[in-house]
Design a protein around this ligand. Structure first.
Ligand SMILES: Cc1ncc(COP(=O)(O)O)c(C=O)c1O
Length: 396
């Protein structure tokens, strides 16, 4: 069969033509914009939204997703690092861009050149930024990260006094925002979020007491946006929500409540076409280490997607995919480029059929949310596994 014949995707009813390996992702920019607008309505017009597009927009593609979010009215973008920020600037995006995990010494000139906003996570970093801003004869805005209990990045609340005195020596810098990050905002069964909130408020009071303006105050990630209005402050930072997913809550009943309040649309589907069918007798080992042995005469289909594409290896012998309106099991070990599925119970199956690895196909769905839970990870981990070689088709 000619390559292009089985390389036609059916993205939401429209044929998408491309040549090459028949594995592709369909990404609905309309769904992402819908999710953004739901968040906007939920938090009210008085607050800003920083769209988290780090990690290649959770695998969805940083530039097209950011352009769609800019059209929907995002106020800020949040990326991991300078390189991700530069990618957005070079693509023509003009909104402020926050470097969520800060910067590394040596990057200061580029931060100024590309008008990026660094997060300062340790007081010593102020000296690097001040030196670069002074040399450039520019004023540089930064946001400050406070560690309120995550015990990862951020200055200790007890260091507020030292921060204020170092800042007084940095005339080229302006504290334009103060943030913290929650460790467990989806868990309602213990007090960690309330503790973090209290520590953060005390820190802000200390700044106010010495007349230091904290700038934009922000802390809420997806779970906090969905269900903890007392954390919304001046700006919220949605990631997973934008791509169409809630968190797994504790207690789990919360999920039904937040799903009703924020009826999200998942943006991603990952699909491939069957490239080969094999009829095998009982007792034949399949794939690496023969981890699956046919128990009956079986029809096995090969799909050109493996763990380098985002069909993660932990789905070996446990995952399922959708083909011709049925859920069928993945059999054997998922390899880097290929996966085998058991289609014995799909009599009409043929080479070229579309297989849905993630996403919806008619009535059936393999939601990244559910698949992630089945293999003991979080949705964002699964989304970020989408391989860079997988062509992404953007649907509006
Ligand atoms: C600082 C910060 N804010 C917000 C987010 C968005 O988190 P979520 O995807 O849970 O909304 C992240 C993601 O890890 C983050 O690191």
């Amino acid at each position: 069969m000619a390559n292009f014949e089985y390389a036609q995707a059916e993205g939401m009813g429209r044929p998408l033509k491309f040549e090459g390996r028949p594995v592709w992702a369909e990404i609905s920019l309309g769904a992402i914009q819908h999710n953004f607008r739901l968040i906007r309505r939920h938090i009210g017009r008085g607050r800003k939204i920083l769209s988290v597009v780090k990690g290649n927009a959770y695998g969805h593609g940083a530039v097209p997703v950011s352009k769609a979010l800019a059209k929907a009215g995002t106020d800020w973008f949040g990326v991991t690092c300078t390189a991700e920020g530069i990618e957005l600037r070079e693509a023509g995006l003009r909104q402020p861009i926050l470097l969520l995990t800060g910067f590394w010494p040596g990057e200061e000139a580029r931060i100024l050149q590309y008008r990026l906003t660094p997060v300062v996570t340790a007081i010593e970093q102020l000296r690097y930024l001040e030196g670069a801003a002074r040399r450039a004869r520019r004023r540089l805005d930064f946001h400050l990260k406070v560690d309120t209990g995550m015990s990862r990045l951020g200055i200790a609340p007890a260091d507020a006094g030292r921060l204020v005195s170092v800042l007084a020596d940095c005339p080229h810098l302006r504290l334009a925002g103060t943030m913290t990050h929650f460790a467990s905002s989806e868990v309602f069964t213990h007090a960690q979020t309330e503790d973090q909130l209290r520590v953060f408020r005390e820190f802000l009071q200390r700044l106010h007491a010495v007349r230091v303006n904290p700038g934009l105050v922000h802390m809420a990630n997806s779970a906090a946006i969905a269900s903890r209005p007392d954390t919304w402050a001046d700006m919220v930072r949605p990631g997973a929500l934008l791509y169409g997913y809630h968190q797994r809550y504790d207690p789990p009943e919360r999920l039904a409540e937040v799903s009703e309040t924020l009826p999200l649309k998942p943006a991603l589907s990952l699909r491939a076409r069957i490239v080969l069918l094999r009829d095998l007798p009982a007792g034949v080992g399949i794939g690496y280490n023969a981890r699956f042995v046919t128990q009956r005469p079986s029809r096995i289909a090969v799909i050109p997607a493996g763990y380098a594409d985002g069909l993660v290896r932990r789905l070996s012998n446990t995952g399922r995919v959708i083909v011709r309106g049925r859920c069928v099991p993945i059999v054997g070990i998922v390899s880097m480029d290929l996966t085998t599925i058991d289609v014995t119970d799909v009599p009409e199956v043929s080479v070229g059929d579309v297989v849905t690895i993630l996403g919806r196909d008619g009535e059936l769905s393999r939601s990244p949310f559910d698949v992630a839970a089945e293999i003991g990870t979080v949705t964002s981990d699964l989304l970020c596994s989408l391989g860079s070689r997988v062509p992404r088709f953007y649907l509006r």
